[in-house]
Design a protein around this ligand. Structure first.
Ligand SMILES: Cc1ncc(COP(=O)(O)O)c(C=O)c1O
Length: 392
């Protein structure tokens, strides 16, 4: 790509045919062909997993999803990008495309809760063994790998606990052992970090979050290397994953302002953190902001920026007073699906993180996940200032 990424996201996929600024929303199930011969020719290609720039049936998408795929392919610098109806669909598509009975999956003990369930519960029913490794120890990962390991699955940073791993080391090790690698890159998006370029085979992003950015769309993207393209294409082909034209359009619209939004989320987050560091009730901030920390160094090594999601640990003997702190916030909505324009807060009940083998909160410590939105950061600080008084 010769243009800067910011310019590319603005300039890509104009509708040259209709001369409109944006690609058309093409809703289609039926696709017409000029002749039976043309239909058969295309079907033959599609049946072999050959990439084409149009489809034979609406289940595979339409011009709108192709426009989105074209933008994402450049953004991710990947061989291809598959689209799914939710971010979790992209997690499932990645894992189910690769793992087969008798295989083992080695997975970091910090992944999103539904990913834990898919691997440890569903895969077990298909005779795929899940082995957890400590995200703070590369040696632990190396020890967990066996001859049966088919996939190393990473989420970086860790879901709600924000561990950062040495991604380059993981990729090189996996390549030496001929093991596929997957990463959930939703926190940074491909705007701040490009996993496929580093050597990962599969890179998942919940487009529900920053790509669409307005808390009104659900979508997922799975960028892949050439090595795994056919496997993913095959599983996708027989399982019916698809993104609607309307949602694909809304993700394209979100991508136009991705750079502005992500940089503002980052700027606001650092301003709020500056205030938080002076609060005695906040004992830890889980975000790569402190240059002396291991997390910061590992983040800096691979990422060009950080988004607006972080956790804080507060200490209190009174859980109800911590609940009151969260409940009293006026500008932070209590809810899931961060990555939209507004701020959010959740009290991290153990159910949120599921079963963790290597993460423990100390006694009387409480974890709160915050998403810092695009509001004026001074207003967010004032909101937190008023509410933090409730923590006893
Ligand atoms: C890290 C991560 N990956 C995947 C998902 C799933 O995305 P979606 O909600 O779009 O299914 C989420 C949702 O919160 C997430 O936090």
């Amino acid at each position: 790509m010769s243009k800067s990424l910011k310019t590319f996201l603005i300039a890509a996929e104009k509708d040259n045919l209709n001369k409109s600024a944006n690609p058309a929303i093409v809703r289609a199930s039926t696709i017409y062909f000029k002749s039976i011969q043309e239909m058969q020719k295309l079907q033959k290609k599609i049946g072999k997993g050959v990439k084409t720039d149009y489809f034979d049936y609406g289940r595979q998408g339409s011009q709108t999803s192709i426009a989105l795929q074209n933008i994402l392919k450049e953004l991710e610098q990947s061989y291809h990008v598959f689209l799914t109806q939710t971010g979790f669909g992209a997690v499932a598509l990645a894992i189910m495309s690769i793992c087969r009975p008798g295989d083992e999956i080695v997975i970091s003990d910090c992944v999103y809760r539904p990913t834990q369930k898919l691997t440890s519960q569903l895969l077990k029913e298909f005779n795929v063994k899940t082995i957890w490794y400590n995200p703070n120890s590369f040696d632990d990962l190396k020890q967990k790998v066996t001859k049966k390991t088919k996939l190393i699955y990473v989420e970086n940073p860790g879901s709600n606990s924000f561990e950062f791993q040495d991604l380059g080391k993981i990729v090189s090790f996996a390549k030496r052992k001929k093991i596929y690698t997957a990463i959930d890159n939703t926190w940074a998006t491909a705007y701040f970090f490009k996993p496929i370029k580093l050597g990962f085979d599969l890179s998942i992003t919940s487009a529900t979050k920053y790509y669409s950015g307005h808390s009104d769309v659900m979508a997922g993207t799975l960028a892949v290397s050439k090595k795994v393209y056919k496997k993913v294409w095959w599983y996708n082909h027989v399982s019916g994953y698809r993104l609607s034209a309307d949602d694909a359009y809304l993700v394209i619209r979100g991508l136009r302002t991705l750079s502005l939004r992500l940089e503002k989320h980052q700027e606001n987050t650092l301003k709020v953190i500056k205030w938080m560091t002076k609060q005695k009730k906040i004992v830890k901030i889980l975000y790569p902001y402190k240059p002396s920390s291991k997390e910061y160094k590992l983040w800096k090594k691979y990422y060009s920026g950080a988004s607006g999601l972080l956790s804080i640990i507060v200490k209190s003997k009174s859980k109800s007073s911590v609940y009151k702190f969260v409940n009293s916030l006026k500008l932070f909505g209590i809810g899931y699906s961060w990555g939209g324009y507004s701020s959010l807060a959740i009290y991290n009940h153990p159910v949120e993180m599921g079963k963790r083998f290597f993460f423990k909160l100390e006694k009387n410590c409480h974890l709160i996940r915050l998403h810092i939105g695009l509001e004026d950061p001074n207003d967010l600080i004032n909101d937190l200032k008023k509410s933090i008084k409730f923590i006893k």
